[in-house]
Write a protein of this length. Sequence first.
Length: 359
Amino acid sequence: MTHSQAVPQEQAVRYLRKRAFEADEELVPAEREALTERIRTLLRERNAVLVAHYYTAPEIQILADATGGHISDSLDMARFGAEHPAETLVVAGVRFMGETAKILTPEKRVIMPELAATCSLDVGCPPDEFAAFCDQHPERTVVVYANTSAAVKARADWVVTSSIAVDVVRHLHALGKKILWAPDRHLGDYIRGQTGADMLLWDGACIVHEEFKARELQQLRAQYPQAKVLVHPESPAAVIAQADRVGSTSQLLEAVVEMPAPIFIVATDNGIFHKMRAAAPEKTLLEAPTAGKSATCQSCAHCPWMAMNGLHTLAGALERLDNEIFVEPVIAARARVSLGRMLEFARRRRTPVHGSGDA
C-alpha cells in the first residue's frame, strides 16, 4: 500500500540547513562564549532545563550537560523533563519530541528553539490520511513509531520506540493480532522480518536513514575490513543486512563502547558522533555512505531540522518565552494511553525503551 508523503524536496531541505547554520557559523569565539553565557543565565532566570537530542549540534549537547540538563532520545528526554523540578522544558530536537514532552508533562511549559523543526516521518503521516487508513482496516492493531505527531499517537493502540518495537510486535503477534504499522516502512519491514507478524505498512521513510547506500557501504567495508558496521533500523534492508549491530541510537552508542573493534562505520545521523567520541575516544568513527550513483544527498547523514537548533534560536526562544508547544487536551489524553501501554509493557518486562534515530 502506497500513500502520499509530504516529504520536502531537495531545494527546501537545503534552505532549512542554510537557515539553521548561517547565524551560528558567523559567530567569533568571544561572541559564541557570550551567547552561551546568556543562555545559561536565561535558563536560571526562567527556571528552565535544556533537554537535547543526540542529533543536535555538539555545542547544544555540551550546554545541556553543563547546565544540568539531559541528552538522550525523545522519550527519555520527556521522562527526564517530567522528573525535573524546572517549570519550563526547553526541548532541542524536532517538533514531535516537544509534543511528547507536553503529553507526558501537561502542567509544564514546553518551548523549542524552532517550531519549524519537524521530521520527514511526522510530515509524511498526516493525521487525517492516517485515520482514514486505520478506518479501512479496523481488524488490525495500530502500532505507531514515536516519530509521529500527537494526533497520530492518539489514533494508535500502541506507541513504540525502535528499541522495544520488536518485543511489542512479537507479543502482539503471539496473541494473534494483525498489525497496522506507521510511519517508517523500513523499520516496519525490519520488525516484520524479526517477528513474522502480519504487518500492513504505511509508506513513510526518514530522510536521513533512507539515503544510506548498500553498494557504497560494501565498498567502504572492503576498504576497512576490521571495521564493525552499526545500523539504525530505519535504514533500507540492503544496508541493515550488512550490519554487525542493528539498534536504536542508545543501543548503537552502547555498541561503540562495548564492542572491541577499533573502527566503526555508523549508519545513522552523524549528530550521534559527539556522544560516541566522548564515550569511546579511542575508537575511529566513519559515516556510512550517502553518496553514490543513485544518491541525491538531501540530508548527507544529518537531519536538516535537527540542525535548526542553534545557539541563536535557543537564546531567542528563552528571551521571548515563545515557540511554546500546545497539545489539545483530548488528543493528549488519548496519546497518553498508547504511550502508557508501551511504558507498562517495558516496566513488566524491565525492558529499556530507548528511542530511535529520530525518536
